[in-house]
Structures are given as structure tokens and as C-alpha cells.
Design a binder for this molecule. Sequence first.
Ligand code: 4AZ
Length: 257
Amino acid sequence: IIGGDKTLRGEWPWQVSVWLRSQSKGSHPLCGASLISPCWVLTAAHCFKRFGRDPSRYILRLGDYHTEEQDDFERTLSPERIVIHRKYHSQGWEYDIALLRLKGTEGNCVAFNPHTGAVCLPEAGHRWEKRPTSCVITGWGITGSSHTSSTDLEYSRTLLQAWVPLLPAWRCKKRYGDRFTGRMLCAGSLSDRHRVDSCQGDSGGPLVCQGEGGRWVLTGVISWGHGCGNPSFPGVYTRVSRFLRWIDKVVNKPYKS
Ligand code: 4AZ
């Protein structure tokens, strides 16, 4: 997260970290992800580009805050299944969405606690950027000061957050052309003085916006962009409201292994 601040422990209880099982101590998570129900975690498809789709290669941490310390509510789980959107292609950025099934019987995979809980999904067709909305991104990815163009090229050891404005689609169309589609959201700071963005290591993690009644809604999945923190090249997010039927289908389909 570029231009972010420290979070409080338990502040974003749906935040999940995705690790390669063989990662050594002192390394950083591969991706972020979001808990959407007791058995399902939503993330980006491109998180599995490098190391493949075998669930046994990965571990998930719930209730995590500090990547190198055992936090009070932290739990390590392994995914039972990785479901990547079948239209996702590793050469492109479309359909950058994946669901991870946790081990356990339906409804009984993880117990929620003060530092672990699910985020709400948006309503179908909700177009957040119609009204100027500030949303929050969170992650353990590469950091950088909000006032300089350089990133630290260092992953954060504590979970960071940043407020990021949603931008009209044309801001991203102008920069990315046809690579930016209606299944994506454009977000970032336009100010050269206060750069806010997601970066490498944050992808798969949440972009949440506050809906009516102050509920946090999972509006985007951190996906891609040209560099990090450059106001000319906003961050691109998978637009969750366009994938509700896909999510419903995957989550509610009877599964036989
Ligand atoms: C990445 O490499 C990445 N600035 C994620 C988000 C952004 C750029 C790169 C957006 O995973």
C-alpha cells in the first residue's frame, strides 16, 4: 500500500493473507484476500499464475496483523479448493477473480471472532462511482511514502490501509485503453502531493466502500495497474458487483472431489 497508515489489530476482520506453503520465515505473503463467508475467501486469479492451482501449495492466514508474529486471533488454514474464473487468461487482466474454499463442512469452516469475520458483498449492478466515494484498500504489499514518487520496494510487516477515491472509468480508459473494461473499477489519487495506491503483494485483497448504515461492502479486488502511486496511472480493481452470479454459482454448487 502506497501512502497508507497502520491499521489497528482486528480493524479489517475479513482481511486474509495468502502464502506459499514453502515460504520461509521473514518472507511476505503472495497476495491478499477477503473472507466472504465461513467457508469462502475471494481473491485475484493472477495470484496463482506463478505457482499454479494446486491448493496444497498454499496456506491462508485469518485474523493476521503482523506477518512475523503470532497474533492472538491468527489462524493458519489450508484451502481445500481453488476456483479460478474460467474466462481468466494469464496473459490478460480480465476476469481476475478466484474463490478459495476452506476445509470443513458447509457453514463450519472457520468460527468468527473479534478479529475474523466476513465482509458484505455489493448489490447487483451497484455503480459506486456514480457518486464520489472514498473507499479503503488494505494489504501487506509494497509500501511507499504518499509524498514521493518512489516506492520503498519493501513489503509491510503490519497490515496497512489507505483511503482511495473511486475514479470515473474514463480516467483508466484514457491510460489503459481497451485493457480497461466494464468489469473493472478505477481508483487512485489524482494528486501528485498525496499518492495513494495498491501495489505488488496487495493484489487479491479488498477495496471496501462504506454503504448505507456504515456497512463495509467488498466493492473491488486489487488487480493491476502500471506501476504504483503514479497519479497518471490509477489502480485497477475487479468490479465485484459484476461477479455476483459467478460467486453464487460457485459457492452454492454441490461439490464432489
Ligand atoms: C501487482 O503487481 C500490482 N497500482 C497490484 C496493484 C497495482 C499494481 C501492481 C496498482 O500485483
